[in-house]
Structures are given as C-alpha cells and as structure tokens.
Design a binder for this molecule. Structure first.
Ligand code: RBF
Length: 186
C-alpha cells in the first residue's frame, strides 16, 4: 500500500501538471470577440509547431465570436521578426490586440537567449508605446518534445492561451475607455 507521503507527492504532481495546462479554461468567463479585430503574426521557423499554435489561436478567437474578416494574419521568417512585424501591422491597421506566435528551440549556442529576450523586450515596449496589447505567444523550449507538449500536447496549446489573453486584454482596453466600471477583469 502507498505511504501517505507518497500519496501526497502523487497528488502534488497531478495538481502541478493540471496547473501547467492553462488551455483548459472556463469559456463563460471569456469576453466576446464579436466586435474585436486582431492581428496574428506567425514565425515560420519550426513551422509544424508554430502552425499548431496558430490553429489553436485562430480556432479560439472564432469560437469566441471573432469574424474572419476582422482577423489579419501575417507570416514572418523567424521569431526575431515578430516585434517589427507587429509594429508595421499597427502602423497600417486598427487592432484591438496583436498575437505573436513563434518557437525558439534551444540549440548548441546561445542564439535562443538573444532572440527570446529581444522578442520579449520588443513586444513589451511596443505594447506600452502603442497602447495595443501585443501578446507573447512564443515557446522557448529546450527541445522539440517540450515544444510539441505545448502546441497541442500534454501542456495544452499556448496558441489557445495567447488568444484568451488577447481577448481579455482587448476587453480591458475597451472597459477602461468606456469608464464606469471599477472592477475590471474579475
Ligand atoms: N527563429 C525562430 O523562430 N526559432 C528558432 O529556433 C530560431 N533559431 C535560430 C538559430 C540561429 C542560429 C539563427 C541565426 C536564427 C534563428 N532563428 C530562429 C531565426 C531568427 O528568429 C531570425 O529570423 C533571423 O535571425 C533573421 O533575423
């Protein structure tokens, strides 16, 4: 028979893995996308992964009411190009949020660190400067399996989560513009 300590450990492991999969969410709490427009920027590197992220993202937006004509999709060579493409998009179209999807797999050199930091910094700066939420949907795995686990595998699909974040942030932006409400996002 398993000892109590073992049982607690098993329970903690189950809870930890459940918590890692944020793709399971309460759909009723997510704001509608019906009147919103979104940009989706997708990096070509590791296409199998980024296209799985894209699929999850697209399906989630549509499932929550987004109209296809209000979704602009751009493909860029690599993740490093995501912030620049997001900025170009915002310079030419009105968007409620831009979702950036990529996958930078760790290799033998430290290229991944430079790219990841640059993208994270670029998207943060752009979000703040433009007042349009730019969502970081970039996987930063150590290997391909970790990427697969997060692109529709055992840790969910981070493209779905990026879409949910975009919906929530777009709603936050509109709620603040309209004024009135003092508790937003609860
Ligand atoms: N882009 C990615 O999106 N994922 C990668 O795993 C990735 N690995 C790269 C590895 C090296 C050594 C280099 C030089 C580039 C890599 N890129 C990757 C491409 C990068 O994001 C960008 O497209 C190019 O550096 C051109 O600006």
């Amino acid at each position: 028979m398993a000892k109590p300590d073992d049982l607690i450990l098993q329970l903690l492991k189950i809870m930890a893995s459940a918590l890692k999969n944020l793709s399971q969410y309460d759909e009723s709490t997510i704001p509608s996308a019906a009147d919103r427009s979104f940009g989706i920027v997708v990096a070509e590197w590791n296409t199998a992964i980024t296209h799985a992220l894209f699929q999850g993202c697209w399906d989630t937006l549509v499932q929550h009411g987004a109209k296809e004509e209000n979704l602009t999709v751009i493909q860029v060579p690599g993740s490093f190009e995501l912030p620049a493409a997001a900025k170009l998009l915002l310079a030419n179209r009105t968007m409620d949020a831009v979702i950036c999807l990529g996958c930078v797999i760790q290799g033998e050199t430290s290229h991944n660190e430079y790219i990841n930091h640059a993208v994270a910094h670029g998207l943060t700066t752009l979000s703040i400067a433009s007042n349009v939420p730019c969502i970081f949907g970039v996987l930063t795995p150590n290997d391909e399996q970790q990427a697969l686990d997060r692109a529709g595998g055992r840790h969910g699909n981070k493209g779905v989560e990026a879409a949910v974040t975009a919906l929530r942030m777009a709603d936050l932006k509109h709620s603040l513009k309209q004024g009135g409400k003092t508790r937003i996002g609860f």
